[in-house]
Design a protein around this ligand. Structure first.
Ligand code: DP6
Length: 335
């Protein structure tokens, strides 16, 4: 093992939101393999920017989030750096400085954009020249949804397409179904709370796997949901995708709610916003909602309807602000 001279690189990545949700991990191995396939859209507007600096003067890794040292998240970051170091055959410690232009760990997929940016910056700094699939697998080993932020537009992790088990990378990786330009959907993110969630998704999905009576049914329906959603994206069938995405979201939350103790990620504002968006759809506006492990509500609408949806969402009691997004690109090195 050797030390590298100072190596710095920058990368930027966007969060993604799943329309067909990932919730539950495989019990087979230690690579954070998902138990279900998932399908997502990568957003623009929301952004994580990361700088990595491998420096032989450092005794330990350092992680700075939005300018402040963050000891709590350091061990997970270090595990990711260890994999990159293993691939490069070096031991040099690293300073990672990351900033998000949106609330961290509040159900806005900051771990997705965070690990995607870290892997891409680390890949560049250590000149590993990893493929798309390899970057996706490294990001996935840290956070399942991060595998999808490597790519832009419409992305899936299809477990049926996973390759053979690899000792470093594991198995499941993301692939692009269609680029952002294929169908420029608009997204309005309704912020119901800016604080970090009480139970993170890693812990929450383990609780659901081990205690929720609905877990087997959740696994059983996944292949069909993915196949159908991919077809709806390809044919741009908004109405069918709206119904299926809300189904996947509510099915995931039903599974989480039926865990012991039950996982209730919604606030009152989340529920009011769900009603508001359904009323809007009933009135002819092509919009649907999706919600992850936090109270924020994401309204996805057909191109051209963002103003109308943002206005409606903003008027819901308890929605503090609305962030407008379109579909974004995958992770990129920015130096
Ligand atoms: C509800 O990717 O955060 O957002 O792999 O444990 O880090 P870990 O989980 P994470 O889970 C995301 C869960 C979700 C649904 C989704 O994005 O598919």
């Amino acid at each position: 093992m050797t030390e590298v001279k100072i190596k710095t690189a920058f990368a930027a990545a966007h969060p993604n939101i799943a329309l067909i949700k990932y919730w539950g991990k495989s019990t087979r191995d230690g690579h954070n393999e998902p138990a279900v396939s998932s399908l997502s859209i990568t957003l623009d507007t929301l952004l994580t920017e990361t700088r990595v600096r491998f420096d032989p003067q450092l005794d330990d890794d350092i992680f700075l989030l939005n300018g402040k040292q963050d000891e709590q998240k350091l061990s997970r970051i270090s595990r990711n750096l260890d994999k990159l170091r293993q691939l490069a055959g070096v031991t040099t410690r690293c300073e990672v400085a990351s900033s998000n232009n949106f609330p961290t760990a509040a159900g806005l997929a900051s771990s997705a954009s965070g690990f995607a940016a870290l892997v891409a910056a680390g890949d560049r700094a250590l000149q590993l020249d990893l493929s798309f699939a390899q970057k996706s697998m490294l990001a996935r080993s840290m956070s399942g949804s991060a595998a999808r932020s490597i790519g832009g537009g419409f992305i899936k992790i299809a477990l049926q397409n996973s390759g053979p088990e690899d000792a470093v990378f594991g198995r499941a990786f993301a692939e692009q179904i269609a680029p952002a330009e294929h169908w420029p959907l608009e997204i309005c993110v309704g912020i119901a709370s800016e604080s970090e969630k009480a139970i993170g998704s890693t812990e929450g999905m383990e609780l659901s796997r081990t205690t929720s009576p609905y877990y087997d049914a959740w696994l059983a329906g996944n292949d069909q949901d993915i196949a159908d959603a991919e077809q709806m994206v390809i044919t741009r069938d908004f109405e069918k995708l709206a119904e299926l995405s809300e189904f996947s979201c509510l099915k995931m939350h039903a599974l989480a709610l039926a865990s012991r103790p039950g996982l209730l990620y919604w606030s009152g504002a989340t529920v009011e916003a769900m009603h508001c968006l359904r009323d809007l759809r009933a009135a002819g506006v092509p919009v649907f909602f999706t919600i992850d492990a936090g109270p924020q509500i994401k309204a996805v609408c057909a191109p051209g309807y963002g103003d109308r949806v943002a206005e409606a969402l903003q008027s819901v009691n308890g929605i503090r602000r609305v962030i407008r997004c379109g579909l974004g690109c995958g992770v990129r090195v920015t130096d």
